[in-house]
Design a protein around this ligand. Structure first.
Ligand SMILES: [Mg+2]
Length: 154
């Protein structure tokens, strides 16, 4: 709950800096889901504070984008979309890593954030369990450590 409260407070502080089309970017593995779960089989597989924060953003009408380094394939995309639907996550777009066109995950994630920007959204915050999940174009970076044990801002 302390993490959830911190996320809400910091998000609202950041939001005041943007005057149009705010959005927030989430990674999946190690961020919304405890690392190593393709889809959650119980609440233990969900990073609760991060997930609750995402639901909070949805109630505020804030746009959500998902950027995951899960490999892009038709089956993998469908499986990941089903998982997100089951969690009632309502996202604008799901970016998945097409390894045949982009060589590394850092470039993939940065290009995805750039694409969001090019579509006239402002990224207020980016959440992930690796340093490539935030940074350029990403707004306030939130590093999720140890499947939600603690967070740091960047
Ligand atoms: Mg991750």
């Amino acid at each position: 709950m302390a993490i959830y409260n911190s996320l809400v407070k910091n998000f609202n502080n950041e939001l005041s800096k943007y005057n149009r089309n705010p959005c927030v970017v989430f990674d999946i593995d190690g961020t919304i889901l405890v690392d190593g779960n393709y889809a959650p089989s119980s609440n233990d597989d969900i990073v609760t504070d991060v997930y609750e924060f995402l639901l909070y953003l949805q109630t505020r009408g804030i746009s959500i984008f998902i950027i995951t380094a899960r490999p892009d394939s038709q089956a993998n995309r469908q499986g990941t979309m089903n998982m997100l639907d089951d969690l009632r996550i309502d996202y604008k777009y799901l970016y998945m890593w097409d390894r045949s066109s982009i060589g590394n995950h850092t470039t993939f994630k940065e290009l995805a954030r750039k694409d969001i920007l090019d579509n006239n959204y402002n990224i207020v915050m980016s959440l992930g369990d690796n340093e490539w999940d935030y940074g350029k174009h990403g707004g306030l970076g939130v590093h999720i450590h140890n499947d939600g044990e603690y967070i740091t801002y960047h």
